[in-house]
Design a protein. Structure first.
Length: 152
């Protein structure tokens, strides 16, 4: 009798967990909101050191395949440059596992003085292919082009 009761309890638990997963999937909204606040001892971007210790925060909002957000790096030393990036993108689904991702990023350095004007900014577009799942890893490849600096 004990074995039957345990078997029924396990089946009931499995059924209720499956029903809960279906309920969560059905009630999952089409939008997402993501935030992040980190500390880094050194900020390096594409092989170039940007600053020493800094706080980096981000916020992103997505709706289905469209997303956009803001990311910032605020160095702890006042002599180093703050950075505020704005971005927007779209992921074109190719299949359940693969998508093409494209978008624009605006890199802004409000305290940098360039040619006697305060502030410097540059704009970059990107195109990438991402997807698949290989032993827990999702590969991707991206290309970037900076329109203001005319650089890939």
């Amino acid at each position: 009798m004990k074995k039957i009761a345990i078997t029924l309890a396990v089946l009931a638990a499995g059924y209720s967990a499956q029903a809960a997963d279906a309920t969560v999937a059905a009630s999952t909204p089409a939008y997402t909101v993501t935030t992040d606040f980190t500390y880094t001892s050194e900020y390096v971007f594409r092989g170039q050191k940007q600053s020493n210790a800094a706080f980096q925060a981000s916020a992103e909002v997505g709706y289905k395949e469209i997303y956009g957000g803001v990311w910032t790096s605020q160095p702890l030393r006042s002599a180093e440059t703050n950075e505020v990036d704005l971005y927007i993108g779209y992921g074109f689904p190719l299949s359940n596992d693969w998508k093409i991702d494209t978008g624009l990023t605006s890199y802004n350095y409000p305290e940098t003085v360039v040619n006697t004007k305060t502030g410097f900014s540059t704009y970059e577009s990107y195109l990438g292919l991402t997807g698949g799942n290989f032993a827990g890893f999702t590969p991707s490849v991206y290309g970037y082009y900076d329109w203001k600096l005319d650089n890939y």
